[in-house]
Design a protein around this ligand. Sequence first.
Ligand SMILES: [Zn+2]
Length: 395
Amino acid sequence: MNQLFLGITELYTPFKKIEKPAIAVRNGRVAWVGAAENLPAEYSSWDKVDLGNHSVVPGLVDAHTHLIYAGNRYDEYLRRARGESYEAILESGGGIYSTVRATQAASEDELFDIAKVRALKFMAAGVSAIEIKSGYGLESLHELKMLRVIRRMQQELPLRIHPTLLAHVIPTGWNHKKYLEMFTDELIPEVKHRGLAEAVDVFCDQGAFTLAEARKILQAALAQGLKIKVHAEQIARTGAAKLAAELGALSADHLEQSTPEDWQALAASGTVGTILPGAAVILRKPFPNTRAMWDMGVKIAIASDHNPGSSPLYDLWLAMRLAISLGRLSVEEALIAATANAADALGQSDIGRLEPGAHADFLVVDTPQALLPLYQWGNTPLCSVYVGGQAVWPQ
Ligand SMILES: [Zn+2]
């Protein structure tokens, strides 16, 4: 199917801005994009779609979410507001463990229904591709259950979904060594065999996995041909960002406690540094020094880190606004970080950008200036969301 999108005031690829552009789309992928006045004759007869004099940006890519879970942690939010720390709540068996209990108790169908609603909220807010992690199952049986829910979401929802197996914390009652062996020798091979995840992630931090344990998990994933990612330098500085760089991880995520030494390693390896403004602000951690990282050559992505504890955030635009205000990125850089760079954090080079060969995933923004929503806090007017050249929202 050949389509020609016109009636656009301006478009970000996201690397450059094009005034009065046209987008030619063949079978869901961009064939040509440029100023409409330069449209090659071969595309001029394609089926025209008039976008009504609105602006266009690539569909947002949310490269770090924990979207599947039962229950909520509203009580914990109140406790933290009264001064208790995230770390103390986790150590006392709350935090992640309370979500684990609720998620283990939920059926596969229940989890699907809850997560589907959340994913559609993200899509309506302009996210056309989303990463979803397991990690609230802990026991093999429940981790596989979560990953099957993600697979069903891939099959039934119109946005692109990228599944990750997450080594989150050691379940209560397990010996560390035994759990690690189960994870590396049984769970990772099983997940690979069933094709249930593209990547393996590990929460390497105080109260979770040590650096040595993280290395074992990541090496087991690499040995199975899976991509790797790391939750790094959030609560304490552990060396996880440098480990991610050393092992060629797709991304090192969080980085609240990271240092220039870590940024150098990430820049040299090409490992994406994913910042999670929701978690930094909600847990009142130091905001990652995004400006300095970007200037040092780290490829920066911005993600929501949607999860019931540290980031109950449904809005990637808000994460971008925080990265501009507290991380000192420009609006153009924030868009790149939430589209093309986020796609790179998933190892996907054909989403998050509007260029020949890429999937035609884009947002029609209801303002003549495409980046105005990054200035208007709390107001993100979207006309429609396209995935593969098809309008998926509004339905
Ligand atoms: Zn996370």
